[in-house]
Write a protein that binds this ligand. Sequence first.
Ligand SMILES: CC(C)(COP(=O)(O)OP(=O)(O)OC[C@H]1O[C@@H](n2cnc3c(N)ncnc32)[C@H](O)[C@@H]1OP(=O)(O)O)[C@@H](O)C(=O)NCCC(=O)NCCS
Length: 198
Amino acid sequence: MHTISTRSTVQLINRDKLSFSISTEADDFSKLNCKENDGSDPLGIDDFIHNKAKLYRKNNLSTIYAVRYEGEIIAFFTTSMGAISVEKLSKEDTVTGYTPKSYPAMLLGNMGVDSKFQKQSVGKAICNFCLGLAQDTNQRVACAVVCLQTDKSRLKYYEEKCGFKYSKKQDLEKKVWVYRKILDPPTFTHLVTEDWSP
Ligand SMILES: CC(C)(COP(=O)(O)OP(=O)(O)OC[C@H]1O[C@@H](n2cnc3c(N)ncnc32)[C@H](O)[C@@H]1OP(=O)(O)O)[C@@H](O)C(=O)NCCC(=O)NCCS
């Protein structure tokens, strides 16, 4: 159990009991609230799950995962295939000598934890799950890194708590790219199944 949050409505969880599954149309995300304390949604995460997720699922633009605790959906995230340009990677993460212009990457597109369950490492568990998923994918379809876009206020979180690196080249957007390389041999050993616990 973790008691970090100061929110009065916080619900304490046992992370061993989190389960991850690919969501279907039948899953109900309507109670999920991924907004900030002040009701804002600076990265559009809450808007995505309530207004865009169905369209993305239907058109194979993202796979939408549900994270459950005791049967209740408490978080979500999306994954999709992508690529990251070599300029965004640090030299030590590229192939020495010849290097392709882009590297195959898994995009962690949206990630939101319900406000009642934040700050209990659910976000970190999602990142670890995605790294395991990328390693697993890499056995059949090459995947060199997991990458995502965030904003500067959350950069420290992804760097210090989730082990991602700030990309050395950024697009001219308010968001910033971070990535984490898939290591060989794999460091995340858990099997990825429809119902996986960290
Ligand atoms: C960001 C988010 C996914 C983190 O998930 P989480 O389960 O709360 O995170 P963890 O428990 O693993 O880690 C907590 C850390 O997250 C970081 N964090 C959480 N919310 C943050 C925010 N609004 N701004 C900056 N950092 C934040 C802090 O570093 C915090 O550490 P602290 O408790 O020492 O302050 C979650 O807060 C969330 O869903 N926020 C709303 C939507 C969002 O911003 N999604 C991220 C899109 S890139």
